[in-house]
Design a protein around this ligand. Structure first.
Ligand code: 5AD
Ligand code: SF4
Length: 474
């Protein structure tokens, strides 16, 4: 459309003109995000980049001029969900031929321009490191052309971009600290879709978190594929890059964010058992506003499986990390990720996973059937030989045991009083609020007085289910 064209051509004449053009745009952007928290955070970067071009976001796809799906490739099912959603936009595109449909994120990166062949209605394909190019790519689609940019970068962190918040609770937010992953777990497609690991300038992270606090947010979750390998101005071998500026590791970064304000809660995800050091746990112990909760994916409780998964630790090492958590943070709870039925997994190896779960007793877990992903080390090297039925049965056994453990944790909380950050009205009743305690348990309680989302309250726990705690403000 000519409006966009003008904005870009005439922008060379100066900022003032650009902002006048910006008002003229009048176009609406609709973004749907799938998969991990990083994708949700990236969608806010995309919204910010296009906000500067004069686009407003909308929650109603039907009134949109641009529809973006920010996609996930981690398991085959995630991709199927997106494909199904794309067919649903076919109708809208028929009635509005000017509608631009774009696929962003991991599926875009994995399938590249093949996606245009496979899904005829897609106009734009953009990988996770190419979002700054979106204004140009949108312009390229004028007149019905297709546009693709799937270049990965070793430097891009979008560090200077203030995300446009797309959520509505106004209390909790994600802040990304690293992009990409260098770990090469054999089952995982992420190193191929999100490229090499790189860390964001700590000053921009602190600035974003401070800005969120000033806008009323009370909790930030620092995001990275492996937060423990965050390092600024230092190579992975510990060599300083620039002697004139300080180096920063994850423990130091977390301390910088924790010092913004005692009322700003800090969470982080995801920790990696091979890299999580005591220094991180000690900083957590030092600051009340760093939450007593660690998401530490174990994937399997069997050493041979862990080796084939290329995870870089043993069961003994993992248990040593759990012991360190309990020693340094006696009140902390730990959650995990588990994969059932990875290549060659025997019944005994599956039992070893259940055994480890019994020993550790995670408060929460994400549990999956192994899904083979193209190009990964496992796809090239091992046979996906555990049949669907066995995978399903093993997964169910893992889920059943985890439910028991979660319920036990919640029962133990009954009678205790926790400091809870009110997040929003409960989904089930408008008379109740929901929020979380430091250990990340969901707490539901009746509204009381003038307390509102963003406030901290003390809640006495009076009951529970396997999924949440029930209580009242005291
Ligand atoms: N199949 C099943 N689960 C996977 N995960 C990553 N790749 C796969 C796969 N191919 C899970 C891991 C990881 C989480 C984000 O997704 O448990 O920690
Ligand atoms: Fe994938 Fe492993 Fe990197 Fe996590 S740490 S994103 S599972 S390769």
């Amino acid at each position: 459309m000519s409006v966009v064209e003008k904005t870009i051509d005439e922008s060379k004449q100066g900022e003032a003109l650009l902002s006048v053009q910006k008002e003229d745009n009048g176009k609406k952007l609709y973004i749907e995000s799938y998969g991990c928290a990083m994708n949700f955070a990236d969608s806010e970067v995309v919204a910010s980049i296009l906000d500067k071009e004069g686009y407003n976001t909308t929650r109603n796809a039907e009134e949109a001029d641009i529809v973006f799906l920010n996609t996930c490739s981690i398991r085959e099912k995630a991709e199927q969900t997106v494909r199904k959603r794309l067919t649903e936009f076919k109708k809208q595109k028929k009635s509005n031929p000017n509608l631009v449909v774009g696929v962003l994120g991991c599926m875009a990166e994995r399938l590249k321009k093949d996606l245009l062949e496979e899904e005829k209605l897609v106009d734009i394909v953009v990988g996770p490191d190419a979002y700054r190019d979106l204004p140009n790519l949108i312009q390229e689609t004028n007149g019905g052309n297709k546009a693709v940019n799937v270049l990965l970068s070793r430097e891009e962190t979008y560090g200077d971009i203030a995300p446009v918040k797309l959520d509505q609770n106004g209390v909790t937010s994600f802040v990304s600290i690293t992009r990409g992953c260098d770990n090469m777990c054999s089952f995982c497609v992420v190193p191929f879709t999100r490229g090499r690991e790189r860390s964001r300038n700590p000053l921009t992270i602190v600035a974003e978190a401070r800005d969120l606090f000033e806008k009323g947010y009370r909790e930030v979750t620092l995001l990275g594929q492996n937060v423990d390998s965050y390092r600024w101005n230092m190579t992975s071998k510990g060599v300083i890059k620039d002697e004139t500026i300080p180096t920063t590791n994850f423990a130091q970064l977390m301390e910088m964010v924790a010092q913004i304000h005692p009322d700003l809660r800090i969470r982080f995800s995801t920790s990696h058992p091979k890299d999580m050091g005591d220094d991180v746990l000690e900083v957590m112990a030092k600051y009340e506003n760093i939450c007593d909760y660690i998401h530490l994916p174990v994937q399997s409780g069997d050493n041979e499986m862990l080796k084939k998964m290329n995870r870089g630790y043993t069961v003994e090492w993992f248990k040593n990390r759990i012991d360190a958590i309990h020693r340094i943070l006696p009140n902390a709870l730990v959650s995990t990720d588990i994969i059932a039925g990875f290549c060659g997994e025997t019944e005994e190896q599956h039992q070893n996973t259940l055994k480890l779960m019994e020993e550790v007793r995670f408060s929460f877990a994400y549990m999956y059937k192994y899904s083979e992903r193209p190009k990964t080390l496992a796809e090239r090297k091992y046979e996906d030989d555990v049949d669907e039925k066995t995978k399903g049965r093993r997964l169910q056994e893992i889920i059943d045991l985890q439910m028991q453990h979660a319920h036990e944790h919640n029962k133990r909380a009954v009678g205790k009083t926790y400091k809870v950050l009110i997040e929003k009205e409960s989904k089930k009743s408008k008379d109740d609020y929901s929020g979380r305690n430091s250990q990340n348990a969901m707490v539901i309680f009746p509204k009381k007085g003038d307390k509102k989302p963003g406030d901290y309250v003390n809640v006495k726990i009076t009951g529970c289910t396997a999924a949440s705690l029930i209580g009242e403000i005291v």
